[in-house]
Design a protein around this ligand. Sequence first.
Ligand code: PSU
Ligand code: MN
Length: 303
Amino acid sequence: MKNHIDILPEVEAAILENRAVVALESTIISHGMPYPQNLDCAKTCEALIREKGAVPATMAILDGRIKVGLTDNDLERLATEKDVLKCSRRDVPYAISAGKSGAATVSATMIMASLAGIKFFATGGVGGVHRGAEDSMDISADLTELGATDVCVISAGVKSILDIERTLEFLETQGVPVVAYGQNEFPAFYTQTSGFKAPLRLNTPAEVATMLKAKWELGLKGGAIIGNPIPEEYAMPKEEIDSAINSALKKATEKGIAGKEITPFLLSEIKEITKGRSLESNMQLVYANAKLAAEIAVAYWNS
Ligand code: PSU
Ligand code: MN
């Protein structure tokens, strides 16, 4: 395995000593946010995780090597270079064989975390079942990864660019515990609520850690999603975000955008339409998730 993977010494030491480590993804850096906010967000997440007593490990592929934990210079490359691939599970082997650089989506980050022995991962939003998936069959590889790989993902829920109801159904089929943190409804990324009740509600990091311990002690493969609602002061007004999402979806259809391009396209359109307000919300919800992920990881490794 070490043929293809470099683990930062600080991260490796924490893993070997059973100390809390939190994985972070890099698609959000290379394809989810513009420069320089992307770099600022990546560095701030790492700092917040450290403040909570855990070690951050941002994941990516650089020049054909999987990197578990990135240096500031690596983060800068991912934030600025133009030819960074967006890598989900299927794209990882090619990026390695061709010596390319690739940003890791949720699915690829889960794989890299699992290879290194990391169990907790903070992101903004996971991919899901796209609206219209009954025709396009566009279902994110993140969802099947959650069914297969033992990593808990702390996110702000599922954006309403996606079909939230079908995403929750698909996760049930995959056997993935879906948790709303501290409320009954599953959160919808830019807003605290989605209109859909989550199958499960947990209220403390210790409750989440204990549930995962039970799952993995039983040998039940796969991850879990913790839906952490965006802090109220940064949530977007529902009408504003719904209208931005609908305009963005319409434009994507008109331009024939599909496949792996669609999520980055929609995020960038929504940011333009909301004059940057969605980007501020996006950054703040990622910070909240980084902090909660560190609290859960600390609770898990201290119990
Ligand atoms: N949602 C966001 N920002 C992102 C993504 C999702 O708000 O950057 C990224 C994540 O890396 C996620 C990926 O894993 O998009 C899903 O892409 P797709 O829809 O192509 O599966
Ligand atoms: Mn897709």
